[in-house]
Ligand binder design. Structure first.
Ligand SMILES: *Cc1c(COP(=O)(O)O)cnc(C)c1O
Length: 234
């Protein structure tokens, strides 16, 4: 299969999953995770209609962003303080923020650049991932960020445990529940905090994430490699 036909198939599946869930066909944005491929594949992907890309290493984000500055570059990797200056401003959205010290540094760097940096708070699933804020600390983290003028929290992100669709679904349902509880809790304090974006679902589990409220799915291998061709073909 070509990249274009893989993406076409995935896009079709995403749209029908949306419809089945009673959501608009364009409710979910597909992010092509290009971390394992080069500039030529990114060029091919843009021709196929992909305009959101995910990278997990700052040096690759810089290289690809600067080669394709008009595309939207999502930073989905572990944040290292030293490299944040390369990420802030280049990233359309940082998905993986979970430390207050990093939030404070993003705020400083964004202020210097005269921008507001959009971010998601990464949440851990309480078991397999060390990365991310504990589910019961999400409100605290959002509150901290609300105090920063140059950081805007758009929603939450999670990585599901690999290998079980059932476990993935539980994880995604948990994230949606945490989001609803945090929004409700702010609302009871008279604060209007929107956490509209839920970044959840990858090549193995994006179809599980859509009925549970994903607004962004991060898909790497199913788009950029041939590993999933047999699944996409039938
Ligand atoms: C690599 C990666 C993805 C994409 O994974 P695939 O299984 O290739 O779709 C999504 N999210 C994050 C955070 C990643 O690091």
């Amino acid at each position: 299969m070509t990249l274009e036909s893989r993406y076409g198939t995935i896009k079709g599946r995403v749209e029908s999953a949306c419809e089945q869930a009673g959501r608009p066909a364009d409710a979910v944005r597909i992010i092509g995770v290009s971390k394992t491929v080069g500039l030529d594949s990114v060029a091919e992907a843009t021709k196929a209609g992909i305009h959101d890309f995910g990278e997990n290493r700052p040096d690759e984000l810089v290289r690809k962003h600067d080669a394709f500055p008009d595309e939207r570059w999502h930073f989905i990797g572990n944040i290292q303080s030293r490299q944040l200056s390369n990420v802030v401003g280049r990233a359309y959205l940082i998905h993986s923020l979970y430390q207050e010290s990093h939030a404070a540094k993003i705020d400083r760097l964004a202020a210097e650049k005269g921008i507001v940096q959009d971010v998601l708070i990464e949440v851990n699933d309480g078991e397999t991932n060390k990365q991310g804020v504990d589910p019961d600390k999400v409100k605290e983290m959002v509150e901290f960020c609300e105090g920063l003028e140059h950081v805007r929290v758009k929603g939450l992100m999670i990585m599901a445990p690999i290998g079980s669709a059932e476990e993935a679904s539980k994880t995604f349902a948990m994230l949606a529940r945490v989001r609803d509880e945090v929004v409700e809790s702010f609302s009871q304090q008279g604060k209007d905090v929107q956490l509209g974006e839920l970044s959840m679902g990858m090549s193995d589990d994006y179809l599980e994430a859509i009925p549970l409220g994903a607004t962004m799915v991060r898909i790497g291998r199913a788009i950029f490699s041939d590993e999933y061709d047999a699944i996409l073909d039938n």
